[in-house]
Ligand binder design. Structure first.
Ligand code: ADP
Length: 396
């Protein structure tokens, strides 16, 4: 069966077509500047990329163009849309009710619309993407794979905030967690390697957005992101967790509205905010190497918070079998992995820095030092494959 995976953003739509028998990606690409003017990049393994400008007024126009290219006699990989057995959609937020990957019918769409208020950034484009795909491909099943669903196993003590309980009941203010599909994928990979059903694993998804998750036996027990992806460790442009009074104090002092304050915390903080150089870890490390003190401070803060979360999760699980790094920084940046793992030997984490610094970028590698109690890995994430797999399992 062939499964099309779709990830719709506010002005973009990413796609990958999988052949589930072989696991191969037949084609993938990106529609950009949807609703502005429009452009598409369409890739097939071993073939030259196709790039073109196109008028993409909305997500429907984008998916129509994607299907046209997938079926094109020269640029395509299938002979007709009927070859697509199902569509898997990446959806960031499933709220409290959607707790696992699910076929999306009207009831599910209505529920997703009802929780847009707690998911204002990612909800509307995801819904618009699903509706567009359903209208263009009405005869196949559409499956939603939710970033939040991996956290449905978390206990109340891990997801209820210590604020008046009525606010949770009234507004569904609780910790949801994000990046769940990525954590689920790399955790499963580590479990395969360890061959231990009840393995205690900490997965560090460190990219532009970063989150850390603790899992026992492939089930999440805690995660660093909360009500929104703003909680947890500092990120490219997000602050991560703060004393809440810092927020109200800045609002009063700077005369900021709630929206203005959210913007400051979401897009002007983190690595960018402290370094003043860039949100990109590579740029900040380069500036640090050239002697820029604030870039060094930004990296030190990032590593400091990540270490604190790792330590707290070991306490929470009463042990650790494996530590896993994934996403842009986690998969590729041996220097940051070294900074994080340094001086964690008391907790049983020791890495072989020769392997760590020389391991291929984006290649699954064990970087454990001989004799270390805890095993450490860099494992490339593959959320799209996980979405395709869930979709396949649900429809086959
Ligand atoms: P997103 O959260 O947008 O998916 P990514 O997972 O692509 O982000 O991660 C982006 C971060 O990963 C950036 O800070 C970037 O510096 C870092 N990164 C990406 N590729 C590399 C690389 N080859 N070496 C070091 N860092 C990298």
């Amino acid at each position: 069966m062939k499964i099309l995976v779709v990830n719709a953003g506010s002005s973009s739509l990413k796609y990958q077509l999988f052949d589930m028998e072989s696991g191969d990606v037949l084609a993938k690409g990106l529609c950009e500047r949807i609703g502005i003017d429009g452009a598409i990049t369409h890739k097939r393994p071993g073939k030259e990329n196709y790039k073109a400008e196109a008028s993409l007024g909305d997500h429907k126009a984008a998916i129509e163009l994607v299907l046209k290219l997938l079926c094109d006699p020269q640029l395509g990989v299938i002979s007709g849309v009927e070859e697509i057995g199902a569509v898997g959609h990446r959806v960031a937020h499933g709220g409290e009710k959607i707790r696992c990957s699910s076929i999306i019918e009207d009831k599910e769409l209505e529920y997703l619309e009802s929780i847009v208020e707690i998911n204002p950034l990612h909800g509307p484009p995801a819904i618009s993407g699903i509706k567009a795909c359903k209208s263009v491909m009405p005869n196949v099943k559409h499956v939603g794979v939710f970033d939040t669903s991996y956290y449905s196993t978390m206990e109340e003590k891990a997801y209820i905030y210590p604020i008046p309980y009525e606010l949770y009941e009234k507004y569904q203010i609780r910790r949801y967690g994000f990046h769940g599909t990525s954590h689920r994928y790399v955790c499963a990979k580590a479990m395969e390697i360890l061959g231990k059903d009840d393995a205690k694993i900490i997965t560090c998804h460190l990219g532009n957005g970063s989150s850390i998750t603790a899992s026992i036996g492939g089930k999440a027990v805690d995660t660093s992101m909360g009500f929104t992806p703003q909680e947890g460790v500092p990120m490219g442009t997000r602050s991560g967790s703060l004393d809440p009074t810092v927020v109200t104090y800045i609002m009063k002092k700077e005369g900021l509205s709630p929206d203005g304050m959210e913007k400051l915390l979401n897009s002007k903080s983190g690595l960018l905010g402290v370094s003043g150089v860039s949100s990109d870890c590579r740029d900040v490390l380069e500036a640090q190497d050239k002697g820029d003190n604030r870039s060094k401070l930004a990296m030190d803060i990032l590593v400091h918070y990540i270490k604190k979360i790792i330590g707290s999760y070991i306490a929470e699980m009463n042990g650790l079998d494996a530590l896993v790094f994934t996403a842009g920084i986690g998969e590729n940046d041996g220097i940051v992995r070294d900074m994080i793992c340094k001086d964690l030997s008391y907790l049983g984490i020791e890495i072989d820095n020769d392997i760590n610094l020389s391991c291929g970028r984006g290649v699954q590698t064990e970087i454990t030092k001989k004799g270390s109690r805890v095993r450490t890995f860099a494992i490339p994430t593959n959320e799209e494959y996980m979405i395709a797999l869930d979709t396949y399992e649900l429809v086959k």
